[in-house]
Design a binder for this molecule. Structure first.
Ligand code: PLP
Length: 394
């Protein structure tokens, strides 16, 4: 029996593969510092856990509406309206199990062979994986270190074609931590507002930013709300990666399509976790502020440390919890170096090439780990630095 041909086109997320390799080393007794996986190391705030427990006791253990509980959709619509300064209602919200389904379902609903999708590269690997899986054509938009990992707008203009069906934006961004400046978004919006394209605006890191202003959303520009899907969720903001709860905010005709795909796959998102989601959005937000303040402390420390390592250059990211270091000065390629750091130094990190062609030459370090471990990782890398020499990939 053969798998369907399309399975040859689906990709994976390397962070999970590297985690398996790191765990195998640990099983052999090696001490490993985990800077590969992208999830907050903080516990889910207690009031959210309490709300889930209460929901279980109250019997929120059955199927719920496919689109999500009305109270949660209302809380999401209020939150998204106030954080972005836009006007959306519960009818625009789809609650799904994690942020990822808001990549999967809208793409499944929209893309056909021949359609082009402009996507950030380096970028979250699931974008390219899904574009290829659906037989559409990925059109990579290189992110440039010298622009704070934003786009060259002239290149963006050149990549637009009559076949462009979707544009994916991600700000703050994984893996670079870059954010798209408001002015760039204004220009992108001006290029797109008269075109028949859908924008997938992945804003899952919208609350984890280090500037004085929250990151801008493309939905704030004229004509864009009607053609944009906002992807956001609970995983990163409230340290709820394992709860599997995210949402999309989109025009109603797309909500309808996502509902159909949800009813064919998940039926609904778990009811008691949705009750906890209401507590997350309506409850105190100081837990988020504290987490972001701690991420900022770690960001400053790890970037300073990485910049002291010969051959490394690490710009200060504006958001998310990733440091994306340019390592071309080491003379090694990023895949070899990431392997070397894991096997020789016990520092598990990701080759920038896992995020696409334009990520080669960089290494992503997730600083969702204690300051002590981050400093230990920097010290371990420094110790290896005099030995930089190409090693065979394992
Ligand atoms: N989008 C980006 C850019 C991400 O980095 C991630 C997770 O790493 C997701 C979406 C998916 O989030 P979730 O774990 O809620 O599915």
């Amino acid at each position: 029996m053969k798998l369907a041909e399309r399975m040859q086109r689906i990709g994976v997320e390397s962070a999970f593969d590297v985690l398996v390799r790191a765990r195998a080393l640990e099983a052999q007794g090696k001490n490993v510092i985990h800077l590969e996986i992208g999830e907050p190391d903080f516990p889910t705030p207690q009031h959210i856990i309490d709300a889930a427990k209460q929901a279980l006791d109250e019997g929120w253990t059955h199927y719920g509406p496919t689109q999500g509980l009305p109270d949660l959709r209302a809380a999401i619509a209020e939150n998204v309206s106030s954080t972005r300064g836009i006007k959306v209602g519960p009818q625009h919200v789809s609650v799904v199990p994690g942020g990822k389904p808001i990549i999967f379902f809208p793409m499944l609903a929209l893309l056909e062979p021949g359609d082009e999708v402009i996507y950030p590269n380096p970028g979250f690997p699931i974008y390219e994986s899904m574009i290829r899986f659906l037989g559409a054509t990925p059109v990579a938009m290189p992110l440039e270190e010298k622009r704070g990992f934003s786009f060259d707008l002239n290149l963006f203009r050149d990549r637009l074609s009559p076949r462009t069906k979707m544009v994916i934006l991600n700000s703050p961004q994984n893996p670079t931590g870059g954010a798209i400046p408001r002015q760039d978004l204004a220009e992108i919006a001006a290029m797109l507002c008269d075109r028949d394209v859908v924008v997938l605006s992945d804003e899952i890191y919208s609350r984890i930013h280090y500037g004085s202003e929250p990151p801008a959303s493309i939905t704030q520009f004229p004509g864009m709300l009607e053609k944009t899907i906002i992807l956001d969720g609970f995983s990163k903001t409230y340290a709820m990666t394992g709860w599997r709860m995210g949402y999309g905010v989109m025009p109603e005709w797309l909500v309808d399509a996502v509902n159909k795909l949800m009813v064919n796959s998940n039926s609904c998102t778990a009811s008691f976790t949705q009750r906890a989601g209401i507590a997350a959005l309506r409850g105190p937000q100081d837990c988020v502020d504290r987490m972001v303040a701690e991420f900022r402390r770690r960001r400053d420390a790890i970037c300073a440390g990485l910049n002291e390592i010969p051959g490394f250059r690490c710009p200060l990211p504006g958001g998310a919890f990733y440091a994306f270091a340019n390592i071309t000065g080491t003379g090694m390629n990023s895949k070899e170096l990431a392997d070397y750091l894991l096997y020789e130094g016990g520092v598990s990190c990701l080759d920038g090439g896992c995020f696409g062609e334009y990520g080669k030459g960089y290494i992503r370090f997730s600083y969702a780990n204690s300051l002590e471990n981050l400093m230990d990782a920097v010290a371990r890398i420094k110790k290896l630095a005099p030995k930089w020499e190409p090693v065979a990939a394992r």
